[in-house]
Design a protein around this ligand. Structure first.
Ligand code: HEM
Length: 481
């Protein structure tokens, strides 16, 4: 009896000491004391308000905005298991995005790191990162994209013919075809779509790899996707099924092939690196483009004058064609107003609302000392809504892009070492789709309602897996087909 009493007392003492130790360590890192803000509750920090604001219609901006008003442009917090410094402004962007190479690395969530694999471009830094960027630059360049234009154009026409009452899988089909010549319909496409959906959902999931969880399902789907790629790679190496796609260009020029004796060539990719990076392009390129297209249509619906001007640009292109022929490559490269509408969409909607980095060394920003290992989130929404650069910032006004802007005031595709390598592809997809949309359909008050579901997904932070247009749908046709 006495012994058990002593054991209970010892246990209580251990618990109290652990709690004191924990609360003490909670206040650390000491260096953070100089940064305004609060870390919130022990263990969870401010994660609950972060998640709940993230899921609100105002999105993560409201979490940042409230604290910016209280503490200023730089504040600290503890969210999702990380000591984080939030900051905004062009000065911070300059240091974080275009600063010394190797000073910061990209800061993916644990689930994203596991699903994409360690050799993904998103997890590389320094020379390895530069080398990977060089390899993907050519197929994603304006010239490299030319060969996919016809597929995209035909697909947009076909999709819009089938639009009423259907879900449109435009961006996923485009990227599947570009990467591995996937046919737009059929069993392979279905498998690809199902796997992609699971992979996509696993990114914003809890990090428990237990059967049935989104994370576990995502890893399984990733493995199935890799098996699909393995089988295509081996067919291509055996000389079967040659295609002019991204995979072929990587296999031909940049993959380590034992039969060619280039295992030690650091400029070539192993099959694992190749798969990790193909998946990275799929993940980074699909949901972003879908969300941008969705927002753009919503903004057009809300701004009839902009829609009218956009339609004029596209009507002129249409009228300039002989014999009713379809859109051409040179047409898409000559859509100045459309490009301004795209930029204004990316400003107002800010598809990636913050850029997340991890300090790879100690450095200083805006007079604040940042320590190696801390997370830093650059709030891009505030940069895009700075009234000094964008007067009346809530207004959707593509003419803001008539004149060049101050450097680093528009970060729709990022800047510096990690600037989006898919910018040309994204713009091409949007220009082609929008051309056929505005030439074919009149403004319909239903556009906005139909698109709301996918927009909501985006605001909720889960990724829009497709541009989803819900039935029942009576789209007003313009009669100009
Ligand atoms: C409208 C569509 C798109 C938007 C708004 C967008 C936006 C961005 C932004 C803001 C970044 C920089 C993020 C940062 O600095 O943390 C980025 C990086 C990236 N984007 Fe895009 N993107 C789009 C489409 C695409 C497409 C189509 C692809 C490829 C097929 C792509 C592939 C990537 C990759 C791989 C990175 C990481 C680059 C690196 O870490 O070096 N994106 N994107």
């Amino acid at each position: 009896m006495e012994l058990s009493m002593i054991m209970i007392l010892v246990l209580i003492l251990v618990l109290v000491l652990s709690a004191i130790f924990f609360l003490h360590s909670w206040n650390s890192p000491k260096a953070m004391e100089g940064i305004p803000g609060t870390l919130g509750w022990p263990v969870v920090g401010e994660s609950f308000s972060f998640i709940s604001e993230f899921s609100s219609p105002a999105g993560i901006f409201s979490f940042m905005n409230k604290r910016q008003q209280r503490y200023g442009k730089v504040f600290k917090s503890y969210v999702l298991g990380r000591f984080t410094v939030f900051m905004t402004g062009r000065e911070a962007s300059k240091i974080l995005l275009t600063g010394k190479d190797g000073m910061v690395s990209l800061n993916l969530f644990y689930t994203g790191q596991q699903v994409l694999g360690p050799t993904s471009l998103l997890q590389q830094t320094g020379q390895a990162h530069k080398r990977l960027r060089r390899l993907i630059a050519e197929p994603l360049s304006v010239d490299g994209l030319k060969k996919y234009f016809q597929f995209m154009n035909n697909l947009a026409i076909e999709m819009l013919d089938q639009w009423p009452g259907r879900t449109v899988f435009f961006t996923l089909k485009v990227i599947g075809n570009m990467i591995m010549s996937l046919e737009p319909t059929g069993e392979e496409q279905e498998k690809f779509r199902a796997n992609f959906k699971l992979i996509s959902s696993s990114f914003a999931s809890l990090p428990f790899k237990i059967p049935g969880t989104a994370f576990h399902n995502g890893i399984k789907a990733r493995n199935r996707m890799y098996a699909m790629l393995d089988s295509t790679i081996s067919k291509r190496r055996n000389g079967e099924g040659f295609q002019q796609d991204f995979l072929e260009s990587l296999l031909k020029k940049h993959s380590k092939d034992a039969s060619e004796g280039d295992e030690d060539d650091d400029n070539k990719l192993t099959d694992k690196q190749l798969k990790d990076n193909i998946l990275t392009l799929l993940v980074a390129g699909h949901d972003t483009t879908t969300a941008a297209l969705t927002w753009l249509i919503k903004f057009l619906e809300e701004n009839p004058a902009v829609l009218e001007r956009l339609r004029e640009e596209h009507r002129e292109i249409q009228d300039g064609r002989k014999d009713g022929s379809s859109l051409t490559w040179s047409d898409v490269n000559n859509m100045p107003y459309t490009n301004k509408v795209i930029n204004e969409t990316l400003r107002r909607a800010t598809i990636l609302p913050w850029f997340s980095r991890k300090a790879a060394q100690d450095f200083e920003i805006d007079g604040y000392k940042i320590k190696k290992g801390w997370s830093i989130n650059l709030d891009v929404v505030s940069i895009h809504h700075d009234p000094e650069v964008f007067p009346d910032p809530q207004k959707f006004d593509p003419s803001r892009f008539d004149e060049p802007l101050k450097p680093l005031s528009f970060l729709g595709f990022g800047n510096g070492q990690r600037m989006c390598p898919g910018i040309n592809l994204a713009k091409l997809e949007i220009c082609v789709f929008i051309h056929h949309l505005v030439c074919r359909y009149k403004r319909s008050s239903r556009w906005a309602i139909l698109l709301l579901q996918s927009i909501q997904h985006q605001i909720l932070g889960s990724y829009t897996s497709n541009l989803t247009l819900y039935p029942p749908l009576q789209v007003e046709t313009s009669g100009e087909k």
